[in-house]
Design a protein around this ligand. Structure first.
Ligand SMILES: Cc1ncc(COP(=O)(O)O)c(C=O)c1O
Length: 399
């Protein structure tokens, strides 16, 4: 794992002023047990061997880096490369941390693994890892997302997990987290809450980031082998921030490499229908940790929106907040229309149907490529494939 100043947290789980454990003391004790178990097991040869074998033989790693020639010609300017996390088993980067979390839960003797899901990618990946390792699995998902992401809902059912439909609040990701967390609190000693991004109380932002960092470590080596230099710009969409941290971590000390996280501007930053947490949020606490938040004056999370279910979360990973403050990473926002345009462009120019989440990063790459010279390169994390979104987009655009 990368050991750099920017890859902290400190012992209390803080990245600068963000992160921590804003939870009751009994839960702090349980989180610290998880941290201790993680620190111990991650160093053992047996755990690393099992994890690496599953990444290679089961997930299909390493995922390739692909030069998107026609997309580059269309955008004009810098050459655009894609890290193909969409080719992983289950279709997204989420499987990288789900396998790790499920292995850790099993090692700790937990009886049930539970989690929230937005787009259903984390849910499918976790249900898959639990089927593989023979662990009971329960996934909470908002009713609106269930409707929109039905292919993933069907998959979760086939994989044998219990799916809990969440009908409260906005019926999307934030409410799914609340619901899953309530279930977790019924028996935190025996249950394991496998958080779906680099969010939640310490140690989860660190654990999920570490498991995802395989993406950047591979990408660094592959890009150097292909191009004999590092990329000029890295690009990744940011919901909670796991695929972005996965790509960024291995490059964090390479000052020549610019990093851009792309948030959802939804129907516009001047409306109340977006989820651009780092762009417009203020500091606060949500789901057990401190971060930038889209919140009202009393500190309650505001309803958020994105066309991409996996991006509509009112908080964001604490390490992203820190990296924003110290200006190591820039954060930009892409709206629904730009996202849909990129979704169609990548599909029709390259024959690659991206997840709507990933299409945000593609859109921003196209936007900046045209102002960069052709000897510059942009590496985009194509975090997932668009099978789950295909029917929705076809209906939306009346195709
Ligand atoms: C394909 C894909 N990309 C990105 C995300 C956003 O999550 P994160 O910011 O943790 O990578 C999701 C979430 O569901 C997703 O399914």
């Amino acid at each position: 794992m990368t050991e750099t100043r920017l890859a902290m947290p400190d012992e209390q789980g803080y990245f600068g002023e963000y992160g921590g454990q804003i939870i009751p003391p009994p839960l702090i004790a349980i989180m610290n047990e998880i941290d201790a178990a993680y620190k111990e097991v991650i160093q053992t040869e047996a755990f690393q061997k099992e994890l690496q074998e599953l990444y290679t033989d089961y997930v299909g790693r390493p995922s390739p880096i692909y030069f998107a020639r026609r997309l580059t010609e269309h955008a004009g300017g810098a050459r655009i490369f894609l890290k193909r996390e969409d080719l992983n088993h289950t279709g997204a980067h989420k499987i990288n941390h789900c396998i790790g979390e499920a292995l850790l839960a099993k090692h700790m003797g937990k009886t049930k693994v539970l989690a929230e899901t937005g787009a259903g990618q984390h849910g499918v990946a976790l249900a898959t890892a639990c089927a593989l390792l023979g662990i009971e699995c329960e996934i909470h998902m908002g009713e609106i997302d269930i409707e929109k992401e039905h292919p993933n809902v069907t998959k979760m059912k086939i994989l044998g997990c219990k799916l809990v439909a969440v009908s409260r609040g906005t019926k999307t990701l934030k409410d799914a987290v609340d619901s899953a967390f309530e279930e977790y609190l019924k028996d935190p000693v025996n249950y394991f809450y496998a958080i779906g991004s680099v969010v939640g109380p310490h140690p989860f932002p660190k654990i999920v980031r570490d498991f995802q960092s395989i993406v950047g470590r591979e990408a660094r080596e592959q890009f150097l082998a292909k191009e004999n230099k590092l990329p000029d710009v890295l690009m990744a969409c940011v919901g909670g921030g796991s695929n972005a941290m996965g790509l960024f971590t291995a490059f964090i000390d390479d000052e020549s490499v610019k990093m851009i996280g792309v948030e959802p501007a939804g129907k516009g930053l001047d409306t109340d229908q977006h989820a651009a947490t780092l762009t417009l949020g203020t500091k606060g606490a949500i789901h057990g940790f401190e971060c930038y938040n889209l919140q009202d004056k009393e500190g309650n999370p505001l309803p958020v929106y994105s066309i991409a279910s996996g991006l509509d979360y009112p908080g964001v990973g604490p390490q992203h907040c820190y990296l924003k403050d110290i200006k190591r990473v820039e954060y930009e926002a892409i709206d629904d229309k730009e996202c849909l345009d990129a979704f169609m462009q990548l599909s029709r120019l390259e024959g690659i149907i991206p997840a709507l989440e990933s299409a945000h990063a593609i859109a921003h790459a196209m936007k900046i490529a045209k102002d960069m010279s052709p000897d510059k390169t942009i590496l985009v994390n194509l975090s997932g494939r668009g099978d789950k979104d295909a029917d929705f987009v076809a209906d939306y655009l009346s195709l």
